[in-house]
Design a protein around this ligand. Sequence first.
Ligand code: 5RP
Length: 234
Amino acid sequence: MSSDEMKKAAAAAALEEVRPGMRLGLGTGSTASWFVRLLAEKVRDGLDVVGVPTSEATDRLARELGIRIISLDDVAGLDLTVDGADEFDPDLNLVKGGGAALLREKIVAADSRRMIVITDESKEVEALGAFPLPIEVVTFGATATVRAIADAARRSGLSGGISFRQDGSGNRLVTDQGNWLVDASFRRISDPKALALALNRIPGVVEHGLFIDMASTVIVAGRSGIRRIDRQTI
Ligand code: 5RP
């Protein structure tokens, strides 16, 4: 199986959890876009669901494919969010934000009864941090915020380069919410919960890509098939 086939297989497995009438959070990235495409086929066959996209890109894709889109403000909570991840650890904590959508992704996942993460086996790690941690920052005072992030990291025993993410034209990438993103190369985050709390306390940090205790299930597609890891079974 190619990496793309694994992503599709994980998305197909998540689709089995979808029931008529559900309000769904629709993730962002190449794996989540497989879920959107497969979901759209079911919608064309008559499945009645509504979706809240986690990015402008997913919004466009879902609308193009005929999925009914609603705003998170129109409903009192979602039934299920299906999204990808950049890394997940044995406690099902995640690093997300490789696709620059971590803020909406976290808001949507936090308002969902369940979050299913779909990945290929390359995302499974023993400790988070090899993938640079995306952190969304307010543009005002961004350099001071980066200094504060580095200080907080140092107090947590972490170090590493922190750089502004660039777009295709070499400018600072602007997120869907009009903020900037920095990527922090901490390499190994031994206590993700403590780091998440420390980052939450920095005023210029809007959100970060550590998703702690949020995933209910991770569906991992690998060369030997599909594996499902449920939070209550770990
Ligand atoms: C976007 C994300 C994505 O879920 C994450 O980057 C994984 O993407 P892909 O499925 O393309 O590997 O967090 O902000």
